[in-house]
Design a protein around this ligand. Sequence first.
Ligand SMILES: Nc1ncnc2c1ncn2[C@@H]1O[C@H](COP(=O)(O)OP(=O)(O)OP(=O)(O)O)[C@@H](O)[C@H]1O
Ligand SMILES: [Mg+2]
Length: 312
Amino acid sequence: MGRVITIGSGDGASGKSFLAVNLGVVLAQRHLRVCLVDLNLRTAELHLPLGVRCPKRGLLDFISGRMSHLEEISVAVEGISGLRLVPGTGETLRPSSLKADEVAQLVHGLNSLPADVVLVEVGESASRQNLDLYLAGDRQIVVMDLHSETYAKSTEHWLRLARGRRTARGSAVTTVPRQAQIYTSLEDLVKDMTAIRDAEQGCASPVGVFHPVLVLNSVQPGSHKKNLAMVEKLRRELGDDVDLPVWAEIPNDSAVLAAEDSFEPLVISDPGASAAKAISDLATRVMTDLGAESLEDSLPASLETSLSPDYS
Ligand SMILES: Nc1ncnc2c1ncn2[C@@H]1O[C@H](COP(=O)(O)OP(=O)(O)OP(=O)(O)O)[C@@H](O)[C@H]1O
Ligand SMILES: [Mg+2]
């Protein structure tokens, strides 16, 4: 199964959707099978620039068990071979209303998607649910919008909370939450105690698979040195156990807004734009991380063949 990359940020409107859509398109153009997943439940908008209309099936169908695989609610993106989208919902679903087993079900769904790369946008509110979904990635992109006045603090805050959550949870999102509980059977008590003991053992382990990487967005010309100093400071604040490489510096580019107005991904409407070129470089970085350079020469993706016909 594919590599899961989650995309989060400490601030809203930092460019997560812009990044997810355009990176997804470029990776698909390079013949990877890509699945975008919109788990930003509050502002689910990934479908807009991709021309995907309101889907018949949604996340609630998956969470309720009516659909047993996340790909059953995915749709093919027209005109871009190899790109699929699990769209966000218009449903009354809020991150804070997701139960632990539903989050675990979503995480399992992400890991089971038949794609080379799964790109997941998560919401910026630092609820346990959002943080757990963010931690589901093999890599966690944190988008830092240099436009925002609070970007340094909010990014540090988001990463600290995610790291704390990872350490507290031990490893994957599979343990039960600690909360007051009345047990009606000895069996339930033993089951819960076992889960709590396992979680405690996890607490002793280091941060482990928490691998955040930075994408600087809305970068102003000539600010590279200043930005590097800011990133160094952030690394110092976070401590030695977080590496935090910078994977991209995406310029502030009016072409991004023009593409948004035309409901098209920038890398398609204006591939020569400076922000589009930065996304293309980021795609190369992602592919290197995936060890997927060799896939550049492979045959065009045919995700459809690995899905049952009634999914599209
Ligand atoms: N590099 C850039 N240059 C210019 N405008 C940008 C850039 N990146 C993003 N934007 C614009 O900033 C706005 C917010 O971007 P986007 O919707 O991708 O953010 P988001 O983090 O997904 O927001 P939300 O938290 O609401 O989901 C959009 O209008 C987008 O076009
Ligand atoms: Mg968004």
